[in-house]
Design a protein around this ligand. Structure first.
Ligand SMILES: CCCCC/C=C/C(=O)SCCNC(=O)CCNC(=O)[C@H](O)C(C)(C)COP(=O)(O)OP(=O)(O)OC[C@H]1O[C@@H](n2cnc3c(N)ncnc32)[C@H](O)[C@@H]1OP(=O)(O)O
Ligand SMILES: Cc1cc2nc3c(=O)[nH]c(=O)nc-3n(C[C@H](O)[C@H](O)[C@H](O)COP(=O)(O)OP(=O)(O)OC[C@H]3O[C@@H](n4cnc5c(N)ncnc54)[C@H](O)[C@@H]3O)c2cc1C
Length: 674
């Protein structure tokens, strides 16, 4: 481990845990990183970025005012961006740092307890230029954006509409006289709202607006728009821009609002890869698929699966290490108080978090590879695989963000009162990840997109037509008998598929019934949406379980025996956990009996005990440096109580022995003089 420092005093309970771990921790780190080469490269990047101490703050961010917090985040963003240009891009093997690698993205977390105001620049502005511009447009904008000569964001959502993109109200009306688009915000609800960095940081943004030319509306299209002077940073005439105020998290991201008053931009500032407006105002559609302008969102959904896996790994590292040093209660009067990690209920809370971090990490790599294949096909003009990929990325984004937020909160519960401290690191992780469930497509809305695809696939299976890979299991949905329960990993995965198929079948049957009873197709769909969301969730869980299992079997083929065992235990735990969470569904759609479920519960509890001795080793294998964890409870050395006290003493409230509030309010009240 990088962090093993000969001079470091490690809490004796943590030292004991590490001594009893029976597998090679580094081998598991390699599996999580996607290979030894990636681990070595990651460590090099982390060493360069973090060893100088530039990521540290003299005063904790949590003690700063909102303005100080923002300015400090900009200061560090500039340091990090300069590091990326000068050193990190080359180390990461990227041609330029703009093609942001997950490692670089993750290393940045050491600099920010919340997020960087530049998050949207590299996260969406640059990817939109890469995905939505013609080659000529790219050659103009990309070098300036990558060199940070301009800083941008992605302004799509408005006060009145986020989910329903077609309902956006901002207009971009083409004027052939001047060869310009006129951007306008006709209503209050048309004001752009939410874009990260928009409030104070950026001088450019991608604006998504309804395109009008020759008196006709052609729907939403992206434009690149300068909003602030490149020298003075003052908002340009016709632009009304500001910051939207305090939020649950993201408080260093200066999310902003933006309105236009007949603001003119050159025609060439429409991003013209998928559609064009000629000089005379003629509209030309280039793309073969109508939804290619949504490409940046699909990209970010893919990235988010990886992002939340990483944050869940952080939370489980904090909670497991803390649970190893924390001793509480005395179930056996003659023995010392046990480590709270010895309580089976604690293991139930935490080991699923470790397993889920692995499951999502491996699924994210698989999803990224599928995405690359879809992009390669689309380059050749073939968009056939896009609908399946949209369905897949939508449900994986929804379930991964939702499960991670839930499990991070569970990690906080597992840390008792101390988990509630900002210094534990968990509240910031939760605030960040809970936003991912909403942004880039709300949970329910995205699952309903997957459900659309599932219903169509079900109808194809019914008509004995070929099915795409992720829904091929639907072919077995018409056997007429319930799926046979079998508690082997493959058997459980087959049951999860049977459950998704069964739920989809129920939706289709109910919708048909409702339509026969006179409801329109739209109303019959609406009445079935609770079940459609459940069907899409079940489908996604089957995909995750199947991918996780297959990937672990593949990746551990040459691992040492104990690594194979512990990785197998984690995947099995994941399968048992979700089977036990869905007993009602299994009883409905498979042959499982009450006895099978009682046996499964016992097998699950025994598995927790088998994993217990390796729990600290498993979180050490995530190899998260203390700088990334920002946690009093989760540091490698386990000096939890010392760190809690050190942090408490840093509180500005402890600067003077008597608060001013005493003479102003307390004393007058207590002396009856208020
Ligand atoms: C770096 C990280 C920081 C990020 C910070 C946060 C940034 C943001 O949040 S940016 C804003 C993100 N906003 C969203 O994600 C909005 C979510 N809404 C949507 O994506 C869409 O509006 C929709 C998918 C919910 C609906 O789109 P709509 O145009 O109304 O389409 P229909 O429902 O009518 O569907 C027609 C047809 O098209 C398919 N489809 C929809 N989206 C895509 C897509 N991206 N790719 C491929 N296909 C797509 C849809 O499934 C329908 O197919 P059929 O069923 O075959 O008709
Ligand atoms: C921290 C943060 C950062 C963000 N950053 C950006 C950014 O940089 N750029 C940007 O453009 N946007 C950004 N957003 C906006 C974000 O993309 C939207 O908030 C998100 O897409 C959800 O849309 P909404 O707010 O309109 O929610 P709504 O659609 O109003 O959702 C409210 C409720 O209605 C339900 N609902 C809505 N439509 C349907 C439907 N058809 N069927 C069933 N239920 C439905 C939802 O499930 C939800 O329960 C950000 C948001 C957050 C929280």
């Amino acid at each position: 481990m990088t962090q093993t420092n000969n001079n470091m005093t490690v809490n004796p309970d943590l030292a004991m845990e590490r001594a009893k771990c029976n597998f090679n921790v580094l081998e598991v780190t390699h599996i999580f990183d996607g290979g030894e080469r990636n681990t070595l490269q990651r460590k090099k990047i982390e060493d360069v970025a973090l060893n100088s101490g530039a990521s540290k703050d003299a005063l904790g961010e949590e003690h700063m005012s909102p303005k100080e917090k923002y300015e400090n985040a900009v200061r560090k963003s500039c340091i990090y961006a300069t590091m990326m240009k000068n050193e990190l891009a080359e180390l990461s093997g990227l041609e330029s740092f703009g093609v942001s690698s997950p490692v670089i993205r993750r290393t940045a977390d050491a600099f920010f307890k919340e997020v960087s105001p530049f998050l949207l620049h590299l996260g969406m502005f640059v990817p939109t230029i890469m995905g939505q511009c013609t080659p000529e447009q790219q050659s103009y904008w990309l070098p300036r954006a990558l060199d940070m000569q301009i800083i941008g964001t992605y302004a799509q959502t408005e006060l009145g509409h986020g989910t329903f993109i077609r309902g956006l109200e901002t207009t971009a009306t083409y004027d052939p006289e001047t060869e310009e688009f006129v951007l306008h915000s006709p209503t209050l609800s048309s004001y752009k709202w939410w874009a990260g960095g928009l409030g104070k940081t950026v001088n450019y943004c991608i604006v998504v607006a309804q395109l009008y030319t020759k008196g006709e509306c052609h729907g939403t299209h992206p434009f690149i728009v300068q909003i602030r002077d490149e020298d003075t940073h003052v908002p340009l005439p016709g632009i009304k821009v500001g910051e939207i105020g305090p939020k649950m998290g993201f408080n260093t991201a200066d999310n902003g609002f933006l309105g236009f008053d007949h603001y003119r931009i050159p025609r060439e500032h429409m991003l013209m890869k998928n559609a064009q407006v000629l000089k005379d105002g003629t509209y030309v559609k280039v793309a073969r698929h109508g939804k290619l302008t949504y490409g940046t969102m699909v990209f970010v959904r893919v990235v988010l699966v990886n992002e939340v896996a990483f944050n869940l790994a952080k939370a489980s590292t904090i909670a497991v290490r803390y649970s190893a040093i924390r001793r509480q209660s005395k179930p056996k009067p003659d023995e010392v108080e046990p480590q709270i990690l010895d309580y089976v209920t604690q293991q139930h809370k935490l080991f699923i978090a470790i397993a889920t971090a692995h499951a999502l990490q491996l699924c994210s790599t698989w999803l990224w590879e599928s995405f690359s294949a879809v992009l390669a096909q689309m380059k050749g003009g073939n968009t056939d695989t896009l609908p399946e990929f949209h369905a897949l990325s939508s449900c994986l984004k929804a379930i991964s963000t939702s499960d991670s937020a839930h499990l991070i909160e569970q990690c906080r519960h597992a840390c008792g009162g101390h988990g509630y401290m900002i210094s534990s690191g968990i509240p910031n992780l939760y605030n960040f990840v809970s936003a991912t469930r909403t942004y880039e497509g709300d949970y329910t809305v995205l699952l309903l997109q997957t459900a659309r695809f599932l219903v169509k696939a079900y109808e194809q299976a019914e008509a004995k037509k070929p099915l795409t890979p992720t829904v091929s299991y639907l072919a077995h949905a018409f056997s007429g008998s319930r799926a046979t329960w079998d508690n082997s990993p493959d058997g459980i995965i087959r049951s999860f598929q049977a459950l998704a198929a069964g739920k989809t079948a129920v939706c289709v049957t109910n919708m048909r019934k409702r339509m026969r009873a006179g409801l329109s197709q739209v109303d019959a769909w609406e009445m079935s949406t609770i079940q459609l969301v459940a069907a899409a969730e079940a489908h996604c869980r089957a995909v995750i379980a199947d991918t996780y299992r297959k990937e672990i079997v593949r990746l551990t083929a040459n691992s040492s025996p104990n690594v194979k065992v512990v990785m197998d235990q984690l995947t099995t735990l994941y399968l048992y956990y979700w089977a036990l969470e869905r007993t009602g569904d299994l009883l409905m759609f498979t042959s499982v009996s009450q006895k099978d479920l009682v046996d499964l519960q016992i097998a699950y509890e025994e598995l927790l005990l088998k994993i217990r001795p390796n729990a600290v080793g498993l979180v050490d294998a995530f190899d998260l440096r203390d700088e990334l964890l920002h946690s009093t409870l989760g540091s490698y050395d386990g000096r939890v109580y010392e760190r809690l006290m050190e942090e408490a003493l840093k509180s500005p409230m402890n600067k003077e022995p008597v608060s001013d509030a005493y003479s102003k309010y307390l004393r007058p009240m207590m002396k009856g003089k208020l």
